[in-house]
Write a protein that binds this ligand. Sequence first.
Ligand code: NAD
Length: 656
Amino acid sequence: MSDPTPGHHWQLNTVSDDYAELVIDVRDAPANTLSRTVMAELNAWLDELQAVPPRGLVIRSGKPGGFIAGADVHEFTRIRDRDEALAVIRLGQSTFERIAALPFPTLALIRGHCLGGGLELAMACDYRIAVDDPATRLALPEVKLGIHPGFGGTVRAIDLAGSLKGLEVMLTGRSLSARQARCLGLVDEALPERVCANAIHHYMTARPARRSPPRGEALLRSAPLRPLVAAVVRRQTRRKANPAHYPAPFALIDLWRHHAGDARAMLAAEAESVATLITGETSRNLVRVFKLQNRLKALGKQSDFRPRHVHVVGAGTMGGDIAAWCALQGSTVTVEDANGQALASTVQRADRLFRHRLRDYPRRLTEAADRLLPDPHGHGRRRADVVIEAIFEDEAAKQALFAELEGQVRPDTLLATNTSSIPLERIAAALQDGHRLVGLHFFNPVAKMPLVEVVHQADTPEPLLQQAMALCRRIDKLPLPVRSSPGFLVNRILMPYLLEAALLLEEGFRKEAIDLAATDFGMPVGPLELADMVGLDICLHVAEVLAGPMGLPVPRLLRERVTAGKLGRKSGEGFYRWVKGRPQRARGRVQVDRHLQERLIGKLLDEARRCLDDGIVADADLVDAGVIFGTGFAPFRSGPLHYLTTRRVKGVSEPG
Ligand code: NAD
């Protein structure tokens, strides 16, 4: 434990006659988090500030990257029981209550990320100014860790944003830009950096009235209305989360229903509720997922490779989206395709992505668009730091392309293929120096799927693998090092499960029942709906490649649908009929069939275990990470292998 004395993680500076500054800069850490020591030191500073009050106080971060990233998640796992949890939460609550009660104006200056406990601290101040920059992101993402705000945030978020908007922000955990936070009332200003000093001076000297709850709030919080409003919010939330799997959102709604309008009671109940949730299985599993994510992020830190120019060959579904994503993340991208239509479509899709992500920042939007260069003749090949190949899934075509590329690119250019099923060695055989080739297996849709499988051969030089993983972090993806073998990790684990779903359909089970068995287990969508979304032709192709090495039967039904042109969502029909992008399900109630669930999920679990045995990735945690971030596998179960272990411990024989 580090030193809790003042001056270790926080500094108090006198800036002017009008105010002092309390600066958080947690020592030896890339980001500020509110560990117990950091909170203890904050309390020591609050003693001093109470003893010798300044005329005003600004709280800001000393780190350029961000304000405060939240509580120290690693401490969560060390909490032994509910009593200890309660003590930690009450310390947080009382600390922020002390800030709220300071007898002089207080203001939080927020630049970069301001998450969870960080935003709760900011909300305890009288005023908040957020720097209007794309790097500024505010959120109360506690639900993603299986809890809800616990340091008074539930009370303050609804006081500032109103009950409905405040609840929505906490129930979704979504991240907000500075301007969105201002529109919701969570901050008072969203301002360019250059005018912040003036604005701070204004707030410290003019001391405008603090934000009060929005109009209509008293009525919404009145005793007769609360149960009705809570019932509506509960119903909406149920559509997105199952209370048996994710209790936190529902605990938050209950908290609001019983205590909104009575801050004291709500604070007390907030602490009790978080203490229960944080020691529960869901939260422990979600915290594990968070740590797995951090482990993947750290894998990209071994190399300082900073590619500036990415060249993508093939501007189809994947190549086009990979190119757009890399440009969004700051690389100069040339994208090559012989088909002009494909290039035009890439630019159009990229434009939509940039507008979606950078809507509030027109200058950055233009810069991103300028970084993406259609390159029909492949001029970018010779200059690129990285070439990513994403042409048709055809071995001979890929071999021919790489043989050509090898003679054109710089000797230090990273050569990567996005193949989803061809063993790396087979493509590498066409190169004189085959070791150079790595796989960068992105998932569809590129902008949504966080994982990239970084595929290596037995003799891939370590620095090359490190470079490939560093590239993934540069473009904000999670790298997973995977040994080259059929299906790599994610498709190999997914395929037996998808094929089992088609076989069950052949056997006469209803498609709605098959998909329900999976979603009831906690999968984001059922396997038949997923196959339709991926495209049945693509599924069939991957199945045919994997069927031999994995000894899998390719279901007759899958072939028939593809032959009949029923390719899934893209053709309007696959296993389902699709209308306006949605699968049409038969009406009527469907019961969860446990036997069916066991057969379906069992396939996925068995294959995950075999991947570990075959050494496809280095250890069990990486299998779990790959399946969670590559397929959306029920995060609250913390991955297939973790689930198998807990099931064994509990002596349970079927998914439950
Ligand atoms: P696609 O058919 O949508 O696009 C392929 C593009 O490559 C076409 O625009 C074509 O004109 C272009 N092309 C073909 N040969 C070329 C060449 N020699 N030079 C330049 N351009 C050429 O294919 P896709 O779905 O984007 O798949 C591309 C790769 O990504 C494949 O290897 C596939 O296995 C892999 N992949 C696909 C998915 C997916 O869901 N579609 C997911 C992961 C990986």
